[in-house]
Design a protein around this ligand. Structure first.
Ligand code: FEO
Length: 399
């Protein structure tokens, strides 16, 4: 029988593992080791469930719930976020517990109606509203756009726990459900990966919300997100990292993303990389079609410069680079500069197109150079690109 895991007196993790998940949110976010959908059960004078799970795993959540409360009724259910990874089990939940009282933000209620076509008579809550379940008082804090308009956090002051939903999530799928079992480095790296691939476009909202939560001076010793492990040991490091993520705090680092069939553009990428890498810059270089996009998004979060290269294919840039630029433009990155490059045969227009796409995506160009190479770079061409890389290294240090 699947068991609940107690995380505080009278508070239990009743979530599920999705070990086989390799594409989180469709094809948007490839992941390597699965994820979790976390639900939490608060057993007080009234019993409250925080979030449900993907419908596919509903029965597992129910088994874990029954392991704690048997056939007792659940009085309240809080929908912190209407995205289906957390809400698609809700309709089945309401069939099992038709008298449970559902709570959600106004934005969530509207989305739930549009997704599930039924009015569940939600109690609408906003920041500062509370639910008293007996000895415990649950306080709601809206977290709009972290990640959808409706995200919400629930804080239980007496137990010093914040149920943060998508915020502070990561894809660590394990039966060791606390951060300290996995080590600081892995936990922060996974949180960075999750942030870069899910939350990055909403940095302004994250920074504002972090400040609001700091100003509220909440006493928190546990953060229980809706994905991955629960934070209890590395909370100061996590909050500091989120502050860095939200403000795009960058190091002396460049990310080079390119596509190349006959290796001419690849030769350019490697010459630029060496010019930077030999002059004090951390350089990450990726052939776009051969690299999981999750890696590229994570690495560019704290880079100062992004170089984007493509060969010329029937007067168009490579499809992988076009897709990358589309995604990059949606991420609303700040404080970074970029530049295109690439080799061409009989149409010298792709580097210019890449630069135009970068600017359109809100990323200023490093300079007005057009790094376009006709066919194969000579040794002299590569030496020149090495020098350009060296100059970019200096520019990065000055940023
Ligand atoms: Fe985990 Fe925005 O859903």
């Amino acid at each position: 029988m699947k068991q609940a895991i107690q995380i505080k007196p009278n508070i239990y993790w009743v979530g599920v593992h999705d070990f086989n998940c390799r594409h989180f949110h469709g094809d948007l976010f490839p992941i390597s080791e699965g994820t979790t959908y976390n639900s939490y059960l608060i057993v007080d004078e009234e019993i409250t469930l925080i979030d449900t799970v993907e419908e596919e795993f509903f029965d597992v959540m129910m088994e874990r719930i029954h392991s704690v409360i048997g056939d007792k009724k659940i009085d309240n259910v809080i929908v912190q976020h209407a995205e289906p990874d957390h809400s698609s089990g809700f309709t089945k939940f309401m069939e099992c517990y038709p008298n449970a009282k559902p709570f959600a933000s106004n934005a969530s209620i509207l989305i739930m109606l549009k997704q599930y076509f039924k009015d569940y008579n939600f109690t609408k809550v906003k920041t500062g509203d509370t639910l008293c379940s007996g000895k415990l008082t649950l306080t709601f804090i809206e977290m709009p756009m972290i990640h959808w308009p409706d995200n919400m956090l629930t804080y239980v002051e007496k137990e010093k726990i914040a149920f943060s939903n998508d915020a502070f999530g990561q894809h660590i799928a394990s039966y060791d459900i606390f951060d300290d079992a996995h080590g600081l480095s892995k936990c922060i790296d996974q949180a960075k990966n999750y942030y870069a691939n899910i939350v990055m476009p909403y940095g302004t909202q994250v920074a504002n919300k972090l400040k609001q939560i700091q100003d509220m001076d909440l006493d928190i010793d546990m953060i229980a997100p809706a994905h991955g492990i629960i934070w209890r040991t590395y909370i100061p490091e996590l909050l500091s990292a989120y502050q860095d993520f939200a403000t795009f705090k960058a190091s002396d680092k460049a990310v080079i993303v390119y596509e190349s069939i006959w290796k001419h553009t690849q030769m350019m990428a490697e010459a630029l990389a060496e010019g930077m890498g030999r002059n004090g810059i951390c350089v990450k270089i990726y052939k776009c079609s051969a690299t999981s996009p999750e890696i590229i998004m994570k690495e560019l979060l704290d880079a100062k410069v992004i170089m984007v290269g493509s060969g010329n294919y029937n007067n168009a840039m490579a499809g992988s680079i076009a897709a990358f630029l589309e995604k990059l433009g949606s991420c609303k990155v700040k404080g970074k500069k970029a530049l295109g490059f690439g080799s061409y045969g009989w149409f010298n227009g792709i580097t210019k197109q890449i630069n135009e796409r970068l600017v359109k995506g809100g990323i200023p160009l490093l300079n007005d150079q057009i790094l376009a190479q006709n066919y194969t770079p000579t040794t002299t061409d590569l030496d020149s690109l090495h020098e350009i890389g060296k100059a970019i290294a200096q520019e990065i240090k000055n940023m």
